[in-house]
Write a protein that binds this ligand. Structure first.
Ligand code: MN
Length: 303
């Protein structure tokens, strides 16, 4: 098969890009903004105390036509990349709760920093901590598989985990983990810091690539930084990537101070949610629609 193929990547937005939290008010605002910007999918961080239940979330999303994915980043007290039994248990509980929430809201994917805490480590990686992470994820994956849910492992830069910082490391980790419903979650901000190129990250991930966070090198508005978006999308086409591509960018104008501190958001790259989100969706849709050099390569390859 050569020539133009119908593409079906869902274009998503992270809920925290759109509003501060998943309370009734925050969730309603996020959904309204996602719809107005024309997104297909909303990524909902697994809710915490005081936020909407799975049932209320499903009710809110039901009539919108929005697809939903779920994410989480393990907290220090939930670090499964550790030799502390209590932390490993707390991490397994958090992952299990996220899977249960996903199943209840009709999501098919739970991704994020699921393999480690999201924080700078004060120690070298260890074989024992890594093995704990793998064993916990194997158990969570078995439960997720029963609900038809895939898990994603989102490797992050060296300042936010000591375990997985590159696509090569993540593929090796997934090979060891050996669960068919666990895949690679590529965040372009992190990959840009640690991989040879975005194109190389996609090639390394191959068919394991399940989900993408589209984030600029400065984590601001898409297309205003130095990322090689054309190279990324050429690679996605070469590898027939058909999964979601989700815009992730945070602004102090939107998120809570606690979250800003957590992700190191010390300055504002943008203020207007609707303008930024709409531009991001158009930017990603434009990239998906372009790319003649790839069909040329595919034509040669198929002849
Ligand atoms: Mn991300």
């Amino acid at each position: 098969m050569t020539g133009a193929r119908a593409r079906s990547n869902l274009i998503g937005a992270h809920a925290r890009t759109l509003s501060a939290d998943w309370t009734r008010r925050g969730a309603t605002l996020a959904v309204e903004r996602a719809l107005e910007a024309g997104f297909d999918l909303i990524e909902v961080p697994a809710p915490t105390e005081g936020e909407l239940s799975a049932e209320d979330t499903r009710r809110l999303l039901d009539s919108t036509g929005l697809a939903v994915s779920v994410s989480l980043a393990l907290r220090p007290e939930q670090d499964i990349n550790s030799t502390d039994d209590g932390r490993c248990r707390a991490g397994e509980d958090a992952l299990g709760a996220a899977v249960q929430f996903a199943a209840s809201v009709g999501a098919r994917y739970v991704g994020g920093v699921t393999f480690s805490k999201l924080a700078r480590y004060d120690r070298m990686p260890s074989v024992e901590a890594r093995a704990n992470s793998i064993h916990v994820l194997q158990r969570v994956a078995r439960r997720a598989a029963a609900d038809g849910i895939e898990l994603g492992v989102e490797y992050v830069n060296r300042y936010e985990s000591n375990l997985l910082n590159t696509a090569v490391q993540t593929v090796a980790f997934l090979d060891e983990l050996a669960a068919p419903n666990v895949g690679l979650h590529l965040d372009t901000y992190h990959a840009n810091s640690e991989d040879p190129s975005l194109r190389a990250a996609v090639t390394t991930a191959g068919s394991r690539l399940k989900y993408i966070h589209a984030a600029e090198n400065h984590r601001g508005a898409l297309g205003t930084g130095s990322l090689d978006w054309d190279g990324l999308f050429a690679a996605l086409r070469e590898h027939d990537y058909l999964g979601p591509i989700t815009f992730e960018s945070f602004s102090p104008a939107v998120v809570s101070e606690a979250m800003a501190i957590e992700v190191g958001l010390w300055r504002s790259e943008w203020e207007d949610v609707q303008v930024t989100a709409t531009a991001a969706r158009r930017f990603l849709a434009g990239l998906l629609a372009s790319g003649p050099e790839v069909s040329y390569e595919r034509t040669i390859g198929a002849s």
